[in-house]
Design a protein around this ligand. Structure first.
Ligand SMILES: NC(=O)c1ccc[n+]([C@@H]2O[C@H](COP(=O)([O-])OP(=O)(O)OC[C@H]3O[C@@H](n4cnc5c(N)ncnc54)[C@H](O)[C@@H]3O)[C@@H](O)[C@H]2O)c1
Length: 317
């Protein structure tokens, strides 16, 4: 299969990630079929896609005409067999459940055309664990997107032990074609690349909070207003080169033994969750969550669009 052979994309699981992945492919010019368990979920996915398109238009990223043109490329179908019957590339974004994904991959193998590539958006499972029972083993791959998928440029490509070089190559070309930044993760390891880095940061941040070194407000302010801002334009290894590797080496010798290396999340956080303090969805997490989900998400997406304009789109990346 070549990139040119890909015309139709199917996305199975149209929740938080699935609807955004479908939108990204439709914005890239592909015909997309979204599949989920029922029509009500699919209607919500389309409503979310519409509001994301309207936001892109408000910020002059796309034209008004592009809204209807993009929507016209997206279909929905709650029947899995029909939804993937014409697909050249299928992405699953169902719940993070090993057995569910294993069963689904077998169904996708049965129902989708023989030449189709089957991709998973799993964040923490390995394709070898749930994709090895399909007949087309060389055609299964992980494409790991980041929320919100229609905005965040990076998508990790993680091959299993049997993924063919051709599948990796075509998947890379497909993501490039829709203006994403595909990252080849050389080895199938838990957490892949980005989530490992993110969890290393989170472990230290939770530990600082548990030790009472700074308030939750100050921890977030510190990270956002220092490395957070800087990392959007200069990667961590570029920052090391700029500061001098000898200096960073010395700092690491002094600090590695000091920073958290626990194998368990903090006890204080466990207790917080047991009290029902789970973040925005329960009204309280690290902060009093008075703001509504939608407002927070809109704020985040507005900031992301401005940064994308400055750092990527204006430079034609
Ligand atoms: N949320 C994130 O930030 C994020 C980021 C990267 C990867 N992921 C991964 O993406 C996947 C989906 O996560 P999400 O956050 O979008 O979850 P979600 O709960 O928002 O969406 C999952 C969707 O799958 C549907 N579904 C369940 N079983 C199905 C089936 N048999 N057939 C069709 N649809 C089915 C559900 O109805 C739901 O709409 C997970 O594997 C997750 O680990 C999530």
């Amino acid at each position: 299969m070549q990139l040119e052979d890909i015309k139709n994309i199917a996305v199975v699981g149209a929740g938080l990630m699935g609807h955004g992945i479908g939108l990204a492919y439709a914005l890239g010019g592909y015909r997309v079929t979204l599949n989920d368990l029922n029509e009500a979920i699919l209607d919500k996915a389309i409503a979310n896609i519409k509001s994301n398109l309207e936001m892109l238009q408000e910020h002059k990223v796309i034209s008004k005409e592009a809204i209807s043109a993009t929507l016209s490329r997206i279909n929905t179908n709650s029947n899995l067999r029909e939804a993937v019957a014409q697909a050249d590339f299928v992405t699953e974004a169902v719940l993070e459940d090993l057995e569910l994904k294993r069963k689904l991959f077998k169904e996708l193998d049965l129902y989708s055309p023989k030449q189709a590539i089957l991709a998973s958006n799993t964040s923490s499972l390995l394709i070898s664990d749930f994709g090895s029972e399909v007949k087309r083993e060389g055609k299964v791959v992980i494409t790991h997107w980041f929320n919100p998928p229609h905005l965040v440029p990076v998508v990790e490509i993680v091959c299993g032990n049997n993924t063919s070089p051709e599948t990796a190559k075509v998947t890379y070309a497909l993501l490039k074609k829709i203006n994403k930044i595909p990252i080849r993760v050389a080895k199938e390891i838990p957490g892949f690349l980005v989530n490992r880095v993110q969890m290393a940061l989170i472990r230290e941040v939770w530990s600082l909070w548990e030790m009472g070194i700074a308030s939750a407000e100050d921890i977030d302010l510190a990270v956002k207003g220092s490395m957070g801002l800087r990392l959007a334009s200069m990667g961590p290894l570029e920052i090391c080169d700029l500061g001098g590797l000898d200096l960073w080496f010395k700092v690491a010798q002094n600090l590695f033994k000091e920073i958290n290396s626990s194998l368990e999340p903090p006890q204080l956080l466990k207790e917080k969750i047991e009290r029902g303090e789970k973040g925005l969805k329960s009204g309280r997490g690290f902060f009093d969550a008075k703001a509504k989900w939608e407002e927070k998400v809109k704020e985040r997406d507005t900031a992301l669009i401005q940064m994308l304009k400055l750092l990527y789109w204006a430079k034609g990346k």
